[in-house]
Design a protein around this ligand. Structure first.
Ligand SMILES: Cc1cc2nc3c(=O)[nH]c(=O)nc-3n(C[C@H](O)[C@H](O)[C@H](O)COP(=O)(O)OP(=O)(O)OC[C@H]3O[C@@H](n4cnc5c(N)ncnc54)[C@H](O)[C@@H]3O)c2cc1C
Length: 474
């Protein structure tokens, strides 16, 4: 594909077709930036694009895609490149479409509880814009201050509050998409402001989680909800990993629905304490943080009830609805990703086997197996995650320059992915397949993978959209 392209000429022609110079990057230094995302794979083996286009509007995207289609050039859309699975990497070269210039909030329709945005809007900026209106876009990934809403939709991101609020896809009412032949379509009914619809095939859902394989999202109609007036937090310390899972089941069986239940294992607690000593997290085999939200009396009642239900399983429980304490405890969870690397000076946290999701009943067993696997491979692994959804994030901390450690972490990641499947789960709970989880797709989906392929071929017969992902073709 695109082997015989004269890239200098292609850059000139694209600049002409788009009518602006600074939107097409072709210099080696400029291209290098786009060879990486947050994945371990790109750390080890970056993927250079041949050109980068920064579109200003939908028509720029459509023109670029048509240009690429005529020449058989691969096109890979990219948001903020915080993806951990290499989804935004141009593994077959070609054009990267950097969507970050499309960062406008087009319209807030507060009475109809929706907002129209361009895909390059950063998640935290959207919520900062919505806050004075008493509204929130609830999905809450740890990368909120960096990732784009388009990337969240393309990966169907989740995050800490998925237990109560669901995934990004639950808030997408419709979207504008540039198809691989350059045609622009609107899903979720043209000019609709309805909050629900049963009209036609659910194309919106098809593009949610499509990881740039089926088209490029150029506008989104998103559902928003009122901001909860108060938040409360319960922190419980456990001596046994098994008790963490039991406490989660007990809370849910008691008819309580926290907005989040997050787990930090002993190494994660150590990492947070090194990174933010002021938080002074107590030592334990694991800490669980249960967040509740709603109106102030309801929050206090629910937090107290959770503490009561959890107490028989825990070594110690405390709860608070005092905003400063709640913020401090939530910070402990929020920083754990960044803090992980601190447990081993001179080493770095890598995203490898970092996103499995298993049934709730198998979480404690899985946590134990992760620790055993890490020990067997002589690796330091910090583990945290969204325990109530069964979504576990093991974080290996290695010396990336050490080939032997790289070899061992690859083995570790493979075993963790296979562990997830053995436990009756999936190799990715929220980060997506990208290039790193292709080897598990056949086993995970069977003939359904062929059905996905047929959908891909129908929409993208030339195979230009983000090739080398999901099916691993070529
Ligand atoms: C510190 C950290 C914490 C994280 N925490 C979470 C978390 O809690 N929950 C979670 O779910 N994820 C998390 N992530 C993963 C990642 O941030 C999310 O998947 C995020 O939504 C990706 O957004 P992005 O803009 O960076 O997309 P990118 O990484 O740039 O792209 C991701 C995928 O989307 C495609 N894409 C991007 N824009 C478009 C578009 N406009 N049209 C079509 N396809 C497009 C790309 O081709 C690629 O396949 C975390 C990552 C980091 C680094």
């Amino acid at each position: 594909m695109a082997a015989s392209v004269d890239w200098a000429r292609a850059a000139r022609e694209l600049r002409e077709a788009l009518g602006y110079g600074d939107g097409v990057l072709a210099g080696p230094d400029e291209l290098l930036v786009y060879a990486y995302d947050a994945s371990f794979e790109s750390m080890i083996q970056p993927s250079l694009p041949d050109l980068v286009v920064l579109p200003r509007d939908t028509q720029d995207v459509a023109r670029t895609v048509r240009f690429a289609g005529e020449r058989g050039i691969p096109v890979t859309p990219r948001g903020a490149s915080t993806g951990q699975a290499g989804g935004a990497l141009p593994v077959r070269g070609g054009i990267v479409l950097d969507m970050t210039r499309l960062d406008q909030i087009v319209e807030l329709d507060a009475p109809n509880l929706q907002v129209i945005v361009q895909p390059g809007v950063v998640h935290a900026s959207l919520n900062a814009f919505l806050a004075p209106h008493g509204l929130i876009f609830p999905p809450d990934p740890g990368s909120s201050r960096m990732c784009t809403v388009g990337g969240m939709v393309a990966n169907n991101s989740r995050g800490m509050r998925a237990l109560k609020y669901g995934c990004t896809g639950d808030y997408v009412l419709g979207m504008e998409v540039v198809l691989p032949d350059g045609q622009v379509i609107t899903t979720g009914s043209i000019n609709s402001r309805a909050l629900q619809s049963s009209s036609g095939l659910e194309l919106t859902k098809l593009f949610v989680g499509s990881e740039g394989l089926l088209g490029i999202i150029t506008q989104l109609r998103l559902r928003v909800v009122p901001v909860p007036q108060a938040r409360g937090m319960v922190m419980a310390l456990f001596d046994r990993l098994e008790s963490t899972g039991e406490s989660v089941s007990a809370v849910l069986r008691a008819g309580l629905l926290p907005s989040a239940i997050e787990i930090l294992d002993a190494t994660a607690i150590q990492a947070v304490n090194i990174y933010r000593p002021a938080l002074k997290l107590p030592s334990a085999e694991a800490i669980l943080l249960y967040e509740v939200d709603g109106n102030p009396p309801g929050v206090a009642h629910e937090a107290a009830r959770i503490a009561e239900v959890v107490a028989p399983f825990a070594q110690r429980v405390e709860w608070s609805d005092e905003p400063k304490r709640v913020a401090a405890l939530w910070e402990a969870r929020s920083v754990v990703g960044a803090a992980s690397g601190q447990v081993r000076p001179g080493a770095a946290r890598v995203y490898a086997g970092e996103d499995i999701c298993v049934p709730l009943t198998r979480v404690p067993e899985t946590l134990r197996a992760i620790q055993d696997t890490a020990k067997r491979h002589g690796l330091t692994v910090v583990t945290y995650g969204h325990i109530a959804s069964g979504n576990i994030h093991p974080a290996p901390v290695i010396d990336v320059a050490n080939a032997e450690e790289v070899r061992r972490v690859r083995l570790f990641a493979d075993e963790i992915h296979r562990l997830a499947r053995r436990m009756g789960g999936t190799v990715t709970g929220e980060h997506g397949v990208g290039m790193t989880r292709i080897p598990y797709m056949r086993e995970e989906h069977g003939p359904a993978l062929d059905a996905m392929r047929r959908i891909k071929d129908a929409l993208d017969p030339k195979g230009i959209m983000n090739p080398g992902k999901l099916f691993g073709e070529g």
